[in-house]
Ligand binder design. Sequence first.
Ligand SMILES: [Zn+2]
Length: 91
Amino acid sequence: MAKLTEEEARAREEARAAKRRAQLEKHAVPCPHCQKSVLDHMTRCPYCGGALVPKGYAPMDEEKKRKVRNVCYIAGFAIAIVIVVLILVLR
Ligand SMILES: [Zn+2]
């Protein structure tokens, strides 16, 4: 790879920084509480602490969350029993 001059390297770094800024600006939305710029995936404003509704993300409702948790507990318990039984049978 050809060695870059300091100026070329700086220009590349600036282009990269501008690209990063542009990507972030695409996701910047004003906070409905304090009007400061926040990112659209945030659930809470880092400036005023107000609740935000993240774009493209809906939090799971409590009933569904409870059901998923119960299924995981039951599955985990069943796996633990199978492991204990296998240890007792195979030794
Ligand atoms: Zn805010």
